[in-house]
Design a protein around this ligand. Structure first.
Ligand SMILES: C[S@@+](CC[C@H](N)C(=O)[O-])C[C@H]1O[C@@H](n2cnc3c(N)ncnc32)[C@H](O)[C@@H]1O
Length: 178
């Protein structure tokens, strides 16, 4: 009897561990400078009332500028709890809780079908990984702006090079349209 109980407890624990979600980290946290955030949203032609998503939203700076300056309905997806907390504090202090939201979750587990604009700053291999999901989910006409890394097999509509962001760093922005 004792052995049966111990065995079932062990099995339950093993099952729980197996079901525990693991989120694949597609890029480390490395924020986009504010001047470049503005250029990304401008290149993405973001308009008031449009829906935008930042995939891997870090401290929420893209989501916050999209809602505050561009009057968009913006959502960030971020796996790191501390960055989500920081983002929510920024959203609160800017008073944009109605139009800016952060999902503490996995980029791969969300629905982007309502997006007008998607922004990404991940790694080249990560863009390869999320491309099929975006191809499947995004409606025709959705714009995608990628910071520094292109999407293989997609033809960029525009490529913008910024030689110096004011801190001596150069950037490349890619605009795609589905
Ligand atoms: C290079 S940073 C970009 C942050 C922000 N988008 C910006 O441009 O300032 C990438 C972010 O993606 C997040 N991230 C990586 N993989 C993720 C995943 N599978 N789901 C959610 N967030 C993820 C990281 O925690 C990190 O904050």
């Amino acid at each position: 009897m004792k052995r049966t109980l111990a065995l079932s407890l062990f099995l339950c624990a093993a099952l729980a561990a197996q079901n525990k979600e693991t989120v694949e980290k597609l890029a480390p946290y490395y924020p986009t400078p504010e001047t470049i955030v503005d250029k990304m949203l401008k290149l993405g032609e973001l308009k008031p009332g449009e829906k935008m998503f930042d995939l891997g939203s870090g401290d929420g700076r893209i989501v916050i500028m999209a809602a505050k300056k561009y009057k968009a309905d913006s959502t960030g997806v971020e796996m790191d709890k501390d960055l989500v907390k920081q983002s929510n504090e920024g959203i609160q202090s800017s008073g944009i809780q109605k139009t800016a939201h952060i999902i503490n979750g996995d980029i791969f587990k969300q629905d982007y079908s309502s997006a007008n604009l998607v922004t990404v700053y991940l790694l080249p291999m990560s863009n390869d990984k999320i491309r099929p999901m975006l191809e499947q989910q995004l409606k025709k006409g959705t714009r995608i702006v990628s910071h520094d890394f292109e999407f293989k097999d997609w033809k960029a509509e525009k490529i913008e090079n910024v030689d110096d962001d004011g801190e001596g760093r150069s950037h490349t922005l890619y605009l795609y349209r589905r």
